[in-house]
Design a protein around this ligand. Structure first.
Ligand code: HEM
Length: 175
């Protein structure tokens, strides 16, 4: 059997390149993710030929003649559905010019309503493609745990007793 060199073995085990990338500082990796994510989202959108609408474009369609709504990042032209919507046309018109996802979900639409929606889908809503960075600093704690109070008392009670003892001694001597 031919002897394989250590280098060949490393590359065969896919350790050669990955080893170096793993040892890079984590902020470099996360920078790459924040750069690659929007690029891949844009690429996917361009490749799939889906029309992407801005809020400004969607907001122009806010009446009975032309009514577009945004639900879960997708844009729907519900103009032909206005008269047939079981919830009425007014509720659809008043859901224009903004993201209507919350209202749509609050109603608790049935599966058949979701299926119906597909007919009116015309494109995606242009939300900012860059993912929001998560706040890594946790907010200051509002409620202190009971453990914290007990620890504080452990220090405070002996101090109070000491203070009391000194006070009594001082006033006792004066008396
Ligand atoms: C393409 C979008 C939509 C479709 C296809 C759709 C479809 C439907 C359907 C089929 C129903 C009958 C109940 C059910 O099967 O769930 C319904 C009811 C209703 N929808 Fe929509 N809907 C859409 C968007 C909206 C939006 C944006 C609102 C905003 C609040 C809304 C509000 C309502 C209300 C209030 C009812 C009546 C619920 C009830 O009486 O119990 N819908 N919709």
């Amino acid at each position: 059997m031919p002897r394989r060199s250590k280098r060949t073995l490393n590359s065969q085990l896919c350790l050669g390149e990955n080893y170096h990338s793993i040892s890079r500082p984590p902020h470099l990796l996360s920078n790459c993710v924040f750069f690659l994510y929007p690029v891949s989202v844009l690429g996917a959108r361009m490749a799939s030929n889906v029309k992407v609408y801005t809020l400004e474009e969607v907001a122009k369609h806010n009446n009975k003649k032309t009514c577009w709504i945004i639900v879960s990042g997708k844009v729907y032209d519900v103009t032909p559905f206005l008269e047939d919507h079981p919830g009425g046309d007014e509720v659809l018109i008043s859901s224009t010019e903004r993201d209507a996802t919350d209202e749509f979900e609050f109603v608790g639409h049935s599966d058949s309503a979701m299926e119906m929606m597909k007919k009116y889908y015309i494109g995606d809503f242009d939300k900012p493609a860059v993912p929001v960075k998560q706040n890594r600093n946790p907010p200051p704690q509002q409620n202190q745990s009971p453990g914290f109070t007990i620890k504080m008392l452990q220090y405070l009670v002996p101090l109070l007793i000491l203070g009391l003892a000194f006070g009594l001694q001082y006033f006792g001597k004066r008396g």
